[in-house]
Design a protein around this ligand. Structure first.
Ligand code: GLU
Length: 433
């Protein structure tokens, strides 16, 4: 057994307040909406502070003999509207500040999507692509053992996020059932054979495509005439590209962590997906020319879809963008200063809390199917998803109209979310015990 010390990052002091990009973004937009709604301090406190935070240490001896001590998190932000709901992220940057921010985004998202949940998020500070499958399984199962006491099908329901997939959701469900009995509704985004919903894997990306369709229609345009550039080709970017290409849109450029490709006449998305399945990246795709990161940002397109990590569209990136619509597939991709710059230039910014709700909407459908022990058809799921996305677009635009029609969609979405959560919190009453 060897203790790995040199490769480890310095532990974050327990009292340090790190400004993760996601937390800075979530705080700024929350404050702006709370200000506009004129919320008193106690209501801001009620809506902003997480209800419960759990941080656990997970020491693992990897198959290589190296011992690593990972940190795991689960933050339950607000449960006024229903059980806590939100994904589990595996990424080296995960820490309590990032998870806290992402948990709050889930509270707003579930409220905006009108699904009967609160918001939560979990994570482990690991790089899943560097771990052997057996190590990943041990890590996932040990995490479940350590956080299990606060979960439950009517308490807190996990789902995939960056770095996790259906496979890990299967492990989580299995581990939970060892002590608690068979309970598929404990986690969504499971493999279909274990009670997962048809259409869940593609739901976030398809939701992004449907949302863009709604916005284009509203602007008197057909989504099929749009040229699209995407940053990120993981579970969100890939399915958004496929959904948009299926509606006739031209996918002109795509970037992931290893590089970017461009084709003025449009990339063949199916061939690109097949290339990524083989090569693990869009880089080197023969159906397009390689471009630099700045060229990707500056490419001529109608809609730009950030579908990677938080904070990637900062002011420098925003200055380069030439799109007229920015649709946030990722959580927290745009900094407040970058958004202000884009809005000044007349760019329509469709924020994460409405643009990427497709994932949690189909998670909700999966949970309902699990509770009913029944499976809906793929067409049924897709039809309901599409209707839900149209309703979200309508509700946020209606909120913006009430507020005078001048605010950003994000501000309108936050106002809607804060109001809905606050109403539920008040109806529950302030005394507990
Ligand atoms: N991780 C996804 C999100 O950020 C899905 C969450 C869920 O389905 O619970 O929206």
């Amino acid at each position: 057994m060897t203790a790995e010390s040199s490769a480890m990052r310095a532990p974050v002091p327990a009292t340090a307040e790190r400004e993760s990009p996601e937390l800075a973004i979530a705080t700024a937009f929350f404050d702006a909406a709370a200000e506009r709604l004129g919320l008193p301090d106690h209501e801001r406190e009620l809506l902003w502070r997480p209800e419960l935070e759990l941080e656990v240490r997970i020491p693992i001896e990897l198959r290589s003999g190296v011992v690593r001590v990972y940190s795991g998190f689960r933050v339950q932000h607000n449960g006024s509207r229903g059980p806590f709901k939100g994904g589990l992220r595996f990424h080296p940057d995960v820490d309590r500040w990032e998870v806290r921010a992402l948990a709050s985004l889930m509270t707003w998202k579930t409220a905006i999507a009108s699904v009967p949940y609160g918001g939560a998020k979990g994570g482990i500070d690991c790089a899943p692509e560097e771990l052997e499958t057996a190590d990943l399984e041990t890590l996932t199962r040990t995490y479940m053992n350590k956080v299990e006491s606060i979960l439950g099908a009517t308490r807190d329901i996990m789902a995939p996020d960056v770095g996790t997939s259906a496979r890990m959701m299967g492990w989580l469900m299995d581990q939970y059932s060892i002590s608690r009995g068979f309970e598929p509704a404990i986690v969504t985004g499971k493999p279909v054979e274990l009670g997962g919903s048809l259409g869940r894997e593609s739901a976030t990306g398809r939701g992004v495509a449907y949302m863009l369709e709604c916005a284009a229609k509203d602007a008197g345009r057909d989504v099929g005439e749009l040229r699209i550039a995407l940053q990120g080709y993981g579970n969100v970017g890939r399915w958004a590209a496929e959904g948009l290409a299926a509606r006739g849109a031209r996918i002109v450029a795509v970037e992931d962590a290893a590089g970017a490709v461009h084709a003025e006449h449009g990339l063949d998305v199916r061939a690109l997906t097949a290339h990524v399945a083989e090569a693990g990246t869009v880089a080197g795709f023969p159906g397009g020319e390689r471009i630099a990161h700045e060229e990707l940002l500056a490419c001529a397109c109608d809609a730009f879809v950030p579908a990677a990590l938080g904070g990637m569209i900062d002011e420098d990136a925003a200055r380069l963008l030439r799109c007229s619509i920015l649709v946030e597939g990722a959580n927290g991709p745009t900094t407040p200063a970058a958004e202000a710059d884009l809005l000044d230039r007349g760019v329509l910014v469709i924020p994460d809390v409405m643009a990427n709700v497709g994932g949690v909407v189909v998670s909700y459908f999966e949970w309902v199917q699990n509770l009913q022990h029944f499976q809906w058809s793929a067409e049924d799921v897709d039809q309901r998803l599409r209707e839900r996305i149209a309703a979200v677009y309508h509700d946020v635009c209606a909120q913006r109209a009430v507020a005078g029609g001048t605010s950003s969609l994000r501000l309108a979405a936050y106002e809607l979310a804060l109001s809905r959560v606050l109403t539920a919190a008040k109806q529950r009453g302030y005394t507990s015990g």
